[in-house]
Design a protein around this ligand. Structure first.
Ligand code: PHE
Length: 357
């Protein structure tokens, strides 16, 4: 028995892996293992002999089992330590440059706009990109046969025969969000609504999908002067140029009265677009005092409330700020372009940290 113990304790101690250990378990305490066979011999012994040999064999079996268990745990620990050592990763290393993605200029500019307007007390509202023609037109004082519908180059959603749900369109502007917001939250309010809009148009400064940000401020005594101040404040912050030249032109929109369009001074030289110089102008937004009919359509009493609204082209002001001459490039997904004009992913624009590092 002492020989058996010495043999197995030694073999177990030197086992290099779990398979060897399992092999030893079978040989020692398995059904036909050496110790099990010895136990079978007990039946042939005299009661006196059995009384001595029985407990000894049992103790030996327990000891071997314990040694096997301990060695198994030790092997598992060693394997884990080896894995931890081999799979060790330095998480403090910088990201590999070849894998750096960039933030699209439109996303970056949307964040910049949001930061500036948030600072002036505006929150962000949202609406659907597929909307009914009521929200996109009627509620905004553009009835069915109004010429403004034709001017918008609207994409209408296909309707199956017999479908009598209201006609849906891809929204042609972010103005329907004005209606949805006032319907839900009433007045007073101060919101911007950035998002995608769609019109069937395509050239150097037009794409069928583009981005606008709507602004809406409704209160008891809001005037055109407030509109002008807010926009000038915005442009100075956005372009980081104090006293940047803007041009307010009297205009017409069915949903505002009076209305103004705003242009920004720029120059195009050798395909380069520069802001704040030259004698060209780029139209960047439409604006005005919200029409009483629009307030009524959204459930706001026009005898009690008034305010301004504007709709600005996000792509347009991005082109100006970052000198991007062709709007279509924004949506070409050209990797070289994206690397050149994209932004580092952790540079979140804030007023205190800087808008466009
Ligand atoms: N919705 C108008 C457009 O897309 C812009 C606008 C918005 C004008 C709000 C006035 C007030 O051209």
């Amino acid at each position: 028995m002492d020989d058996l113990r010495a043999k197995y304790i030694d073999l177990i101690a030197n086992a290099a892996d779990e398979a060897t250990l399992e092999d030893l378990r079978v040989k020692a305490v398995g059904k036909k293992g050496e110790i099990s066979l010895q136990m079978r011999e007990l039946g042939k012994m005299s009661p006196e002999e059995r009384q001595v040999a029985g407990p000894k064999l049992n103790a030996l079996k327990d000891e071997i089992n314990a040694a096997l268990g301990a060695k198994k745990a030790a092997l598992a620990d060693a394997a884990l330590n080896e894995r931890l050592r081999a799979e060790w990763l330095d998480v403090t290393l910088p990201v590999r440059a070849s894998r750096t993605g960039t933030i699209h200029p439109i996303s970056q500019v949307t964040e910049e706009i949001t930061a500036i307007f948030a600072d002036m007390g505006f929150s962000v509202a949202e609406g659907p990109q597929i909307d009914t023609d009521w929200y996109n037109f009627d509620a905004l004082n553009i009835p069915s046969h109004h010429p403004a519908r034709a001017e918008m180059d609207t994409f209408y959603m296909h309707r199956a025969e017999g479908d009598n749900r209201p006609p849906h369109v891809l929204r042609t502007h972010t103005s329907p969000v004005q209606i949805r917001h006032m319907e839900k939250y009433g007045a007073p309010c101060r919101v911007i609504a950035p998002g995608r809009v769609y019109r069937a148009d395509y050239d150097q400064t037009h794409t069928p999908m583009f981005h606008q940000v709507e602004g809406l401020a409704i209160d008891k005594d809001i005037s055109m002067a407030n509109l002008k101040w807010v926009l000038e404040e915005f442009f100075a912050a956005f372009f980081e140029i104090d006293g940047i030249k803007t041009r307010f032109r009297a205009s017409h929109f069915p949903f505002t009265e009076p209305s103004a369009e705003v242009d920004i001074q720029c120059s195009w030289v050798d395909g380069q677009l520069k802001i704040g110089e030259g004698d060209d102008w780029l139209e960047v937004l439409g604006s005005g005092m919200v029409h009483p009919k629009v307030l009524s359509a959204a459930g706001v009493n026009p005898d009690e409330w008034q305010g301004f609204a504007f709709g600005m082209g996000i792509d347009r002001i991005s082109m100006l700020k970052y000198g991007i001459p062709d709007l279509r490039a924004f949506f070409d997904s050209d990797l070289r372009w994206l690397r050149h004009y994209g932004f580092a992913s952790l540079d979140v624009p804030t007023l205190h940290g800087g808008l466009s590092r």
